[in-house]
Design a protein around this ligand. Structure first.
Ligand code: PCA
Length: 194
């Protein structure tokens, strides 16, 4: 199976984004999946368009996007994308939408079409903190998840999203983080069951 897997570029003044660091460190093959890795910009609209353009070329069976979620302590497969843009900081193109739909008239929410609870359990079974998340926020990560879920609705192409915590070098004292090795182990375990 062809798995298109994406990570984001750094945003919000951070020098790195753990989502891309982790995706880039994954092996090219995990379980049944051959990985095609793509870095995407933290920009509303443009990020999802980049994924769609690559998917058009390569026709993947599965698409998994990975993003950074500061202050989370676990690797969190996302259950749902919502039709909302609400940004508390500007994206990498200076856009800061306040309460706009991603897709005017579209459904309020769309569930992930990857096996979310099973992925969370597989992460835990690998000894890495893992938990289902019921909100991908309303920033660019949710934008990508919702847009892809809508685009591939009913197509047989599975779409999902996983947030990863900060890396130790990004976290301020007392803030949660996971090491790159933990992120790689957790993502590998989640992909192994796909
Ligand atoms: N995290 C942001 C966008 C890019 C990223 O890595 C988010 O959670 O929306």
């Amino acid at each position: 199976m062809r798995l298109l897997i994406t990570g984001f570029d750094p945003f919000g003044g951070q020098p790195i984004n753990p989502s891309w660091e982790a995706v880039n460190a994954l092996p090219d093959r995990i379980g049944r999946c051959q990985l095609d890795k793509l870095q995407i910009p933290t920009v509303f609209g443009a990020a999802a368009r980049r994924v769609l353009a690559r998917a058009e070329e390569t026709q993947p069976d599965l698409i998994l996007s990975v993003g950074q979620a500061a202050l989370r302590g676990a690797i969190t497969p996302e259950q749902i994308g919502i039709n909302l843009r609400r940004a508390t900081l500007a994206d990498n193109a200076g856009q800061q939408p306040a309460d706009e739909p991603i897709l005017p008239g579209g459904p309020d929410g769309l569930f992930s079409t990857l096996p979310v609870p099973e992925m969370a359990r597989a992460i835990q079974a690998a000894g890495i903190p893992g938990q289902v998340s019921y909100s991908a926020g309303a920033f660019v990560c949710n934008d990508v998840l919702y847009t892809l879920l809508h685009h591939f609705r009913g197509s047989g192409t599975g779409v999902g999203f996983v947030h990863v915590p900060l890396l130790p070098q990004q976290a301020r004292p007392g803030e949660a983080s996971l090491t790159l090795e933990q992120m790689v182990a957790g993502l590998t375990a989640a992909i192994e069951i796909l």
